[in-house]
Design a protein around this ligand. Structure first.
Ligand SMILES: Cc1cc2nc3c(=O)[nH]c(=O)nc-3n(C[C@H](O)[C@H](O)[C@H](O)COP(=O)(O)OP(=O)(O)OC[C@H]3O[C@@H](n4cnc5c(N)ncnc54)[C@H](O)[C@@H]3O)c2cc1C
Length: 498
């Protein structure tokens, strides 16, 4: 984005905020956009980091595993906060530093692939060593890792930020796809899905395919054909829990713009029993479903798909029955599993997700495959010289870039404390943000954090940055989502500033 364009969008934001009774300065600062704007020379708002930065003379070899959004931002901020940084990032992908939230806008709006993918090398901070390789063995007792290319790397401190893998192979009928990363050449996977009018925003080629499928779906509806589109949400933790609904809302919106909504039935099949973990957002989304005539069936997990016949098979698990347990000699509730076959014309699949096995199943992983950390300090539960953040960290809620934006500052502060021989004291508060697109031109900025971590309550509560009703979709947030959050990520977070 050019400086002039950025300034133009800032002006739009400022004007919209004035109408909402907000000052741009406060709002941008709250969103952490001040630094992004400052980097672009468009404002006098001070960069957050400038007030926070405290250079430390602490020394030590720091290894960062995974140079995606969380890993590379951590490297950038460590460079700003250490006098003598000695940092190595191991990252296999030459195009790892992406703006993944833009995938939704590729699948359901007007963005292209070039809008979201950058060269990893452009975001490796000065002085940081990038090894283009993959860690395949962890030896945390001896502070060593091994890479795929056979290199042994020793470290004093390690940050694990390996992200999530997409486990398409857990769905019967999609075994051929195997597991994928969001970034990478996955054209073949998109082609396999396309045979059954299926696609997924969760990988780049899949998002491109989604747009093609959506166009064909709209054309069919426009021709007068009655069509059915279905949208799934799996039974594992996923990154950006809002994305399965964003593409549903965008499908609805595109159909309305095309004047063909009445010919399409749109149905959401989530594994869970609600629309959102935070009651206020759940209620607001349910109202939108009603308003937009969107249908839903809770507790349906996609387990199989027949691409040729275009039939999705779900495990429906919304009922229980009483059964006698001879071990405890009592009746217990048992979930009833029912196989439900749903014919469709277009399907958006959100695949099951997991930590990459090299990391999740290693000595630094947990039995559930994520990195076990203290939820607040993000320090490894067993190894005090290891921290983890981003999608791979085993913390309740937040698997979004917005969570990583809060976490990486905590990790940097705490890692430096440990390097200085002190206890880690900085705390992550569970902050997560989901800019939920509800139609072209409107976004509900669902911000939340943990209720009361001091008393072990990690459920989400509403936590808005703006003094506005956060459950109301607004054009202002669309402008932020579509025009401002990307430069904020590129020029703020990935520079270690915001
Ligand atoms: C469709 C979609 C929509 C989204 N929308 C939003 C949104 O609106 N707002 C928001 O805040 N977030 C959103 N997100 C989520 C956000 O993009 C992620 O939470 C964020 O990218 C997580 O960063 P990360 O560094 O943990 O993982 P990643 O950015 O995925 O990086 C992980 C890196 O680790 C590397 N790696 C893996 N294994 C190894 C290994 N063994 N050795 C070395 N390196 C390894 C990978 O190559 C990868 O580059 C969305 C995501 C998707 C897919």
């Amino acid at each position: 984005m050019k400086e002039k364009e950025f300034e133009h969008f800032q002006e739009i934001v400022e004007e919209t905020m004035k109408k909402e009774g907000l000052s741009r300065r406060d709002a941008l600062k709250l969103m952490g956009l001040g630094s992004a704007a400052a980097m672009m020379g468009g404002t006098s708002v001070k960069a957050e980091a400038a007030t926070e930065a405290k250079a430390s003379s602490a020394k030590g070899k720091i290894l960062i595993v995974g140079g995606g959004l969380a890993g590379m931002s951590t490297a950038a901020r460590l460079v700003r906060n250490l006098d003598n940084p000695d940092i190595t990032v191991v990252e296999p992908n030459p195009r790892s530093v992406s703006y993944q939230p833009g995938l939704t806008l590729i699948g359901g709006y007007e963005w292209g692939v070039d809008d979201i993918i950058y060269n990893t090398s452009d975001f490796v901070p000065n002085g940081v060593k990038w090894i283009q390789d993959r860690v395949v063995e962890f030896d945390p007792e001896n502070n060593k890792v091994k890479t795929e290319k056979g290199k042994t790397i020793e470290y004093d401190f390690m940050v694990v930020a390996g992200g999530l893998e997409l486990a398409f192979d857990k769905i019967k009928g999609l075994e051929e796809i195997g597991t994928l990363y969001t970034l990478g050449e996955n054209q073949k996977a998109a082609e396999i899905l396309a045979k059954g009018n299926a696609a997924s925003l969760y990988f780049v080629d899949g998002a491109v395919q989604m747009r093609k499928n959506l166009n064909a779906f709209i054309e069919a509806a426009k021709s007068g054909k009655k069509v059915k589109g279905i949208f799934t949400h799996p039974n594992t933790p996923i990154k950006c829990g809002g994305a399965p609904k964003k593409i549903l809302f965008l499908t609805d919106s595109n159909l309305r713009h095309a004047g063909a909504r009445e010919n399409a039935e749109l149905v959401f099949y989530p594994n869970g029993g609600s629309m959102f973990g935070v009651p206020e957002y759940h209620k607001a989304i349910l109202n939108l479903f009603e308003e937009k005539d969107l249908k839903y069936h809770y507790k349906h997990n996609l387990i199989e798909i027949d691409l040729e016949k275009k039939i999705a098979v779900f495990d429906k698990h919304d009922k229980t029955k009483k059964v006698y347990d001879p071990d405890i000699e009592e009746e217990i509730e048992e979930v009833v599993h029912e196989r439900v076959e749903v014919p469709y014309d277009m399907i958006h699949i959100t695949p099951p997700m997991k930590a990459p096995d090299y990391i999740g199943k290693s000595p630094v992983g947990s039995s559930a495959g994520f990195i076990p950390v203290n939820y607040e300090t993000l320090q490894h539960k067993k190894y005090k010289n290891i921290f983890s953040l981003g999608d791979i960290a085993a913390v309740p809620l937040g698997k979004t870039g917005g969570s990583a934006r809060k976490q990486y500052k905590v990790v940097v502060d705490n890692l430096i404390s440990v390097m200085e021989g002190k206890e880690p004291t900085a705390k992550y508060n569970g902050y997560t943000v989901c800019p939920l697109i509800t139609e072209i031109g409107k976004v509900m900025l669902a911000e939340f954090k943990w209720a009361d971590p001091a008393n072990g309550k990690y459920n989400g509560i509403v936590y808005p940055s703006f003094p506005l009703d956060p459950t109301k979709p607004r054009w202002l947030y669309w402008v932020l989502k579509v025009y401002m959050l990307k430069p904020m990520t590129q020029y703020g977070m990935l520079k270690g500033l915001a």
